[in-house]
Design a protein around this ligand. Structure first.
Ligand SMILES: [Zn+2]
Length: 110
């Protein structure tokens, strides 16, 4: 009797895990964990602020160097920025020396 009860309990637990597992695959993770969405939005805001900082620093560099773009973002350190920021979602910013354009590797672009 005791062994049978244990088996039934195990089956209920396994069935529960199965149902939860299935529903997680179908639902948007943001709906299950709203905090993830909030964190992502905060990362986007921080990322756009980083890009704004970089573009402002590049503009100041150009003014001081007769319109020439820095050859790398590290040329901005330490005079125009204290350190080269990275996207809060991970990854270094893409920089095009020819155009002076900055873009996010995670696609946080306006
Ligand atoms: Zn980003």
């Amino acid at each position: 009797m005791r062994g049978l009860t244990l088996v039934i309990c195990m089956m209920v637990v396994l069935a529960f895990i199965f149902v939860v597992g299935c529903s997680k695959q179908q639902a948007d993770p943001d709906d299950i964990f709203p905090i993830l969405k909030a964190t992502d939005q905060a990362n986007v805001m921080k990322c756009l602020a980083n890009q704004h900082t970089l573009r402002s620093a590049i503009t100041m560099y150009r003014i001081a160097h007769n319109g020439a773009n820095p050859s790398s973002l590290y040329d901005l350190v330490p005079r125009y920025i204290r350190a080269v920021p990275e996207c809060p979602s991970g990854g270094a910013y893409d920089y095009d020396e020819t155009t002076g354009a900055v873009s996010c590797p995670s696609g946080h672009n306006q």
